[in-house]
Structures are given as C-alpha cells and as structure tokens.
Design a protein around this ligand. Structure first.
Ligand code: GSH
Length: 211
C-alpha cells in the first residue's frame, strides 16, 4: 500500500521522512499541508495530529506523528537504514534524540525567524542566541564526522537523515557549510546517494509559491 506523507516543502522534519521513504524504496505520495495558510491550526488537521505538527505519516490503518517515530517505522518495515546490530540501533536512537533536541529544532526556529516571520517581528537577540547554540551543535556534529563517514554505524542510517534534514535548505540561517568541512563532506556523501533530491524537489510547496 502507498504510504501518505503530510508535508510541505519548507518542513525539514518532513524532508527527513521523505528522504527515508525514497532511499528505502517504499512507495509513497505527498499530501500537501498549507502550513503558511494556517492549515495545522484547523480542527481537521488536529483530528489527524493533536500536536498540530507536520509531518504525519499514514500507512493503511497506522497514523504516525514525530519524524523520529516515522524514521524508526520506515527502517523497521523496510529492513533498511536502521543499523545492523543492537548497539548500532542504540547509537541511531542516541543521534535521533540529539538531533531533535539540539539541531533540527534550533535550526527550524532560527530559519523561521530569519526568513518566514515578517521583518518587523524578527528579533535580533533571539536569532543571535539561537545561532550561538547552533554553533556548538555544528561543532559536535563536525567533530563526530571527522572520525567517521556516517553518523551511526558503517553505512547511512536514519540518524544521518534526521541530522541532515535542515542542513540542505537554501535559505540563510547562519550555517556556513564551508566552515564545517566534515559536515560538508558528509552532506555531499548523502546527496550523491541515488534517488536524493533537494527539499523543494522532493515535496510540494516552496517559498517561491508565496511571492
Ligand atoms: N519533533 C517534531 C517537530 C515537528 C515540527 O516542529 N513541525 C513543524 C513544521 S517543520 C510544525 O508543524 N510546527 C507547528 C507548530 O509548532 O505549531 C518532529 O520531528 O516531527
């Protein structure tokens, strides 16, 4: 059965899941959510996800929210991208939790402030604070990748897909890819895996639709 991913192009959390579906060869289709038109605040969407967040993944009778849960589901169901031993799977989980707490959420908030909030409502202090925290996270990831090709284990896993999700976006959020050579090489490694597409080529909706 074809899985349905509720998503929109700007959502890095949805992009992680779209990459996992694509790389694991699962049949899927996007269901566009008009996030910038307020769709996630409407009762119809809250009936699908009480948390009011994108992404949502539907596979037959199973509805999942939280990108980390979806990544785990896709790797378990497809037998791909999940780590090859119990120790590797724990390492995968460790980086999924770290990404959700320290990397993706901080990038999402910073990028939203810098690009999608009306200019008059942007806060330079919030942006500077978030960017300082993010610099520490980039260093953790860059140092980790200086010793290895993939985030967890000997091959690409869902930990890579979770951590890379926001780093492929073109809008500015204070991330200078050239300043982090190991992250840079790892992003290139991921983007050369067959099937890879940039976020706005993999999911419907982009900032260009709103100009
Ligand atoms: N931890 C969640 C975060 C999901 C999330 O923050 N999604 C954003 C779009 S990328 C959203 O829908 N935000 C709505 C809100 O926070 O009200 C995940 O990994 O799925």
């Amino acid at each position: 059965m074809t899985m349905k991913l509720y998503c929109f192009g700007e959502s890095g959390n949805a992009y992680k899941v779209a990459l996992a579906l694509t790389f694991s060869g699962v049949e899927w289709e996007p269901e566009f959510v008009d996030f910038f038109g307020g769709a996630t605040r409407k009762p119809e969407f809250r009936a699908i996800n009480v948390m009011g967040e994108v992404p949502v993944l539907v596979d037959g009778d199973t509805t999942l929210t939280q990108s980390g849960v979806m990544l785990d589901y896709i790797s378990s169901k497809s037998g791909k991208l999940g780590g090859r031993s119990a120790a590797e799977r724990r390492e995968v989980l460790r980086w999924l939790f770290w990404d959700n707490h320290k990397l993706s959420t901080a990038i999402g908030t910073t990028r939203f402030q810098m690009n999608f909030v009306p200019e008059a409502k942007r806060s330079a202090e919030v942006i500077a604070f978030m960017q300082a925290r993010l610099k520490s996270a980039y260093k953790v990831l860059d140092d980790h990748l200086s010793q290895r090709k993939w985030v967890a284990g000997e091959a690409m896993t869902i930990a890579d897909l979770s951590c890379c999700g926001y780093l492929f976006y073109p809008e500015p959020f204070g991330f200078d890819r050239a300043a982090w050579p190991h992250i840079d090489a790892w992003l290139t490694r991921i983007s050369t895996v067959p099937g890879w597409k940039a976020p706005y080529d993999l999911m419907p909706g982009s900032p260009a639709d709103r100009v």
